[in-house]
Design a protein around this ligand. Structure first.
Ligand code: PEP
Length: 264
């Protein structure tokens, strides 16, 4: 069984006070959700405040971006080692807002992915098609291109340790969720691709999250798909009760006998 991962992307939201309060609320209730991994990704400037709350518990914290260079004259950037120093375990890379609003390329995301692994951070690498690409029947080609370019140069071992998030751009923050079958199709394709490019073991181990308007009322159906191993949650991760209701769907799933190829 791959352990489900429920990750919250807080984006550019919260204050120091609300970030700590949200982390506290999730942490206090986390013992009921031991069957899933819980991760929160606050803005950089609140990482340490969130770390102070979560330290010693089971809820993990991570970042929403980083720069690939280890240090130096890169004004405004944050390195993987700095994130590690704040206790981060994961970093979201190539989120669609970074790709499409901030112009990040697959090549830049690839450098970050390699640098994250080198520093011992687990990258959550996002891929996803635009609505126009889906309508033109290009979803598979777009996902394969993003996968091949953003994840180039990884060993099979590092591939297995990477988390992939399939986030159709048209479903992020829009309330339009992908149908479970639509999402499952892309997840299954991604796993097949990993098997082809790396090996079956890596494909079995890698966790592939779905993201795009995941809410308490649609999480169970999405997470019940055999190749969906968790969720990357934006809007609903800003309310502890909603985030944990999504985690509850993952918890139920982890306890049932859905055929998930292997443990990690
Ligand atoms: C996201 O930010 O990765 C995301 C999926 O957002 P939302 O859940 O709000 O669609």
């Amino acid at each position: 069984m791959r352990k489900p991962l429920i990750a919250g992307n807080w984006k550019m939201n919260a204050t120091g006070e609300t970030a700590a309060a949200l982390a506290r609320s999730i942490s206090d209730q986390s013992p009921a959700y031991g069957a899933v991994d819980l991760l929160v990704c606050p803005p950089f400037c609140y990482l340490q405040a969130v770390a102070a709350v979560l330290e010693g518990g089971t809820v993990l914290w991570g970042a929403q971006n980083m720069y690939h260079e280890p240090g130096g004259a890169f004004t405004g950037e944050i390195s993987a080692a700095m994130l590690k120093d704040c206790g981060a375990t994961h970093v979201i890379l190539g989120h669609s807002e970074r790709r499409h609003v901030l112009g990040e390329t697959d090549e830049a995301i690839n450098k970050k992915t390699l640098a994250a692994h080198q520093a011992g951070l687990i990258p959550i690498v996002c891929v996803g098609e635009l609505l126009s690409e889906r309508e033109a029947g290009q979803t598979g080609a777009v996902i394969r291109r993003q996968f091949d370019r953003s994840l180039a140069g990884l060993s099979a071992e590092l591939m297995a340790a990477t988390v992939i998030a399939y986030e159709p751009v048209w479903a992020i923050g829009t309330g339009k969720v992908a149908a479970p079958q639509q999402a499952e199709e892309v997840h299954a394709d991604l796993r097949r691709l990993i098997s082809e490019r790396y090996n079956a073991g890596a494909a079995d181990q890698v966790r592939i999250l779905y993201g795009g308007s995941v809410k308490p009322d649609n999480a169970a159906e999405l997470l019940a798909q055999p190749n969906i191993d968790g969720a990357l949650v934006g809007g609903a991760s800003l309310k502890a009760d909603d985030f944990l209701a999504i985690a509850a769907a993952g918890t139920l799933l982890a306890g049932d006998d859905v055929d998930r190829p292997q443990t990690r």
